[in-house]
Design a protein around this ligand. Structure first.
Ligand code: SAM
Length: 249
């Protein structure tokens, strides 16, 4: 049903979050204007601004919008990298349509992160993913996990239809297209294929990490991204772009 009944609209006036209120202020929105809202369950609505509580818009649902179909559900496992590289990768990969991020505390990550710092960094990265999703009109909000070590990562990767390990030492014949065969099969059976793409940090992935990741999923394969060695932040953007392209995105 395109438009919800009036009584439903009246029953659920809701306040936008403080961040979204700031965004509404920047856009100089007024009562009566319509905005697209994605809720925590990733449902996508058209809402009308009814009033303001101070600076906070109070909105009511006026319609259900169709979410953009995803070519594939892509999770980027990005080796923790220093400076603002994680932010760059998360921003651009979200624009491309990456659905999930796992920052990976790899053995050669120069960026070391303790539990306290991890929480605040993750909050910042999640905010970047949200703002990138909003500015590029995404209807899905990517989830950013807290950094994971290898043991936890291996468990998480078991659930994917395909795991693509980007490794500069992979032979040129290790093609992405071949690594995605299981995911393409899953998609052709009508499922949303779930693909994890692993990119190492500045110092690259250690051989033991590559072996452990390849061993945690029957459909895990190493791939080459060409003969040039890409910077970690370049690979973190290019690899998911190529995966989405191969999956028809
Ligand atoms: N030293 C550079 C830096 O500062 O970022 C290069 C880092 S490269 C070793 C980082 C990661 O990018 C690798 O672990 C790998 O996942 C990915 N990568 C880079 N070039 C690649 C290639 N040609 N094929 C596959 N993966 C590649």
């Amino acid at each position: 049903e395109q438009v919800l009944a009036d009584e439903v609209q009246e029953q659920f006036p809701m306040a936008l979050s403080r961040d979204d209120a700031k965004h509404a202020k920047v856009l100089r929105l007024d009562p009566g204007e319509h905005i697209a809202v994605v809720d925590a369950a990733q449902d996508y609505f058209e809402c009308e601004i009814r009033s303001f509580d101070g600076a906070t818009p109070i909105v009511a649902i006026s319609g259900h919008l169709d979410a953009q179909p995803l070519a594939a559900y892509v999770c980027l496992v990005q080796g923790l990298a220093k400076g603002d590289k994680m932010e760059t990768v998360i921003r651009h990969a979200t624009e491309l349509g990456v659905s999930e991020f796992i920052p990976f505390a790899a053995s050669r990550s120069i960026m070391k992160i303790d539990a306290k710092k991890a929480a605040s960094k993750t909050e910042r990265w999640q905010a970047i993913a949200k703002s990138a999703a909003m500015q590029s009109g995404q209807t899905h909000l990517a989830h950013v996990h807290q950094p994971m070590k290898l043991a936890q990562l291996k468990e998480a990767l078991g659930a994917f239809d395909a795991v693509v390990v980007c490794w500069e030492e992979a032979p040129g014949t290790a093609l992405l297209r071949d690594a995605l065969r299981s995911a393409v099969l899953s998609a052709s059976a009508g499922h949303l294929a779930r693909i994890a793409v692993v990119v190492g940090p500045e110092g690259g992935l250690a051989q033991e990490e590559v072996d452990a990741i390849l061993g945690c999923n029957a459909n895990a394969n190493m791939v080459s991204l060409g003969s040039s060695i890409l910077r970690t932040e370049t690979a973190g953007i290019v690899a998911p772009a190529l995966v989405l392209y191969e999956m028809g995105g």
